[in-house]
Design a protein around this ligand. Structure first.
Ligand SMILES: [Zn+2]
Length: 124
């Protein structure tokens, strides 16, 4: 699983197992399984919550601190920072949808590599 191509494969949305198949069918549709190696991407009910957490984490820890810093440094007014924060909380999850899935799948299978081996059990 861990190899030098992993970051590039993740950002390109390629399968965490074979690195060739695409994770997303379209911008808002994730494939159930890899088109090349048939590795299962979707792992049952609630698995999508991980992608939501990744998207939320990127916004809260990546974007919000920048807005707060700009407000503290008087680059943005409080109202402008608030409006950008609220608008960003709506827009960013949409923009980050595929990337949050890619990151979630790679995080999941990196930190729980034994789940790579349960793939055959999921197909049965
Ligand atoms: Zn694959």
């Amino acid at each position: 699983m861990l190899n030098a191509d992993m970051p590039e494969n993740c950002l390109r949305g390629h399968c965490p197992k074979c690195g060739r198949g695409k994770i997303a069918r379209s911008y808002f549709r994730i494939r159930e399984a890899c088109e090349v190696c048939h590795f299962q991407f979707l792992r049952g009910e609630g698995f999508f919550l991980g992608a939501m957490v990744v998207s939320y984490g990127i916004f809260v820890f990546g974007v919000l601190p920048v807005l707060i810093a700009l407000w503290i440094l008087d680059v943005l007014s409080g109202n402008a920072a608030l409006i950008l924060g609220v608008a960003g909380s709506i827009v960013f999850p949409v923009i980050l949808y595929p990337l949050s899935w890619y990151l979630w799948l790679y995080l999941f299978f990196t930190f729980i590599p034994s789940q790579m081996d349960t793939d055959d059990e999921l197909k049965a």
